[in-house]
Ligand binder design. Structure first.
Ligand SMILES: C[S@@+](CC[C@H](N)C(=O)[O-])C[C@H]1O[C@@H](n2cnc3c(N)ncnc32)[C@H](O)[C@@H]1O
Length: 262
């Protein structure tokens, strides 16, 4: 069983979605434009994901068949920011190898799966959308990796026991960015390595983050990304991280220095 999680979150989801995720090639009908299919991610062909040909059409169809409003199927696309971050992790496996990783706002699970392939000691994929949890479950199986799934909203708290926090295209909306950036700043201050994948949708904290890599992304991904061809991987600037551990050490040294001078 490659996925460990509180699978209770999967109960109550539309059977239609679960069925489509468990047999993506057939469930949605081969003739429809919005069909889900298991396909390699353009910038990260090592990973295959269940993706929609047209996520907007898929959303409309799922809502029509469910008879009520559903969250947008973010999980049905490999977002430009996540593709760049996953590419970076596979090209720099030492970033995560042997470490405990949290992929926040995981969507399809692309970044989490890349971290698991790159040799992370353990990977938690977190997303508040239960349909995303179902998709990550399916995608982890498809790629033969083990993930822990979490559907909790972590952004107002702290996380413990995590060495690396990854956030692929998690700054896609001002209200999400307004909570995500302080969360990332807090975990960085506690000593976790933070990496952000983002095509600059206008909510990046340029004064706090610095670019470590850029990638051209082939035409693909979410419908919103049709005009986005360049994506970056960023990390907190060293001088901007409120490193509480470092500050405590400095304060101890300074007070010791003062005492020895007295
Ligand atoms: C634009 S998608 C990016 C998905 C994936 N990381 C990628 O790059 O393909 C953003 C995801 O953030 C999730 N999200 C929004 N608010 C969240 C929160 N407070 N905690 C965790 N995930 C959240 C959404 O459900 C969605 O799946």
């Amino acid at each position: 069983m490659p996925v460990r999680s509180d699978t209770a979150v999967l109960r109550g989801l539309e059977p239609l979605v679960l069925q489509a995720l468990s047999a993506p090639e057939y469930a949605a009908g081969t003739a429809s434009i919005d069909r889900l299919r298991l396909a390699p991610v353009p910038l990260v062909p090592e990973v295959r994901l269940v993706m929609a040909e047209d996520a907007i059409v898929l959303w409309a169809r799922l809502e029509a068949e469910a008879g009520h409003v559903l969250p947008p199927p973010f999980w049905a696309s490999a977002w430009t920011g996540g593709q760049g971050l996953a590419r970076y992790i596979l090209d720099h496996p030492d970033t995560v190898a042997g470490r405990h990783v949290l992929d926040v706002a995981s969507g399809s699970g692309l970044v989490a799966i890349a971290a698991a392939i790159a040799g992370a000691a353990g990977v938690t994929a977190n997303d508040i959308d239960p349909y995303s949890i179902a998709a990550i479950n399916a995608n982890a199986h498809a790629n033969g990796v083990e993930l822990t799934l979490s559907s909790s909203d972590l952004l107002d708290g702290d996380v413990d026991g995590v060495d690396v926090v990854l956030a692929g295209d998690a700054l896609y909306h001002p209200s999400v960015a307004a909570r995500m950036l302080p969360f990332l700043a807090r975990v960085a201050a506690k000593g976790a390595r933070v990496l952000v994948g983002d095509p600059d949708r206008g909510h990046l904290a340029h004064d706090w983050l610095e670019r470590v890599a850029s990638y051209e992304v082939p035409m693909s991904g979410a419908p919103e990304d049709a005009q986005l061809h360049l994506t970056s991987v960023l990390k907190p600037r060293r001088d901007k991280v409120d490193d509480r551990r470092g500050r405590a050490t400095r304060l101890r040294r300074e007070s010791h220095h003062c005492r020895t001078r007295e």
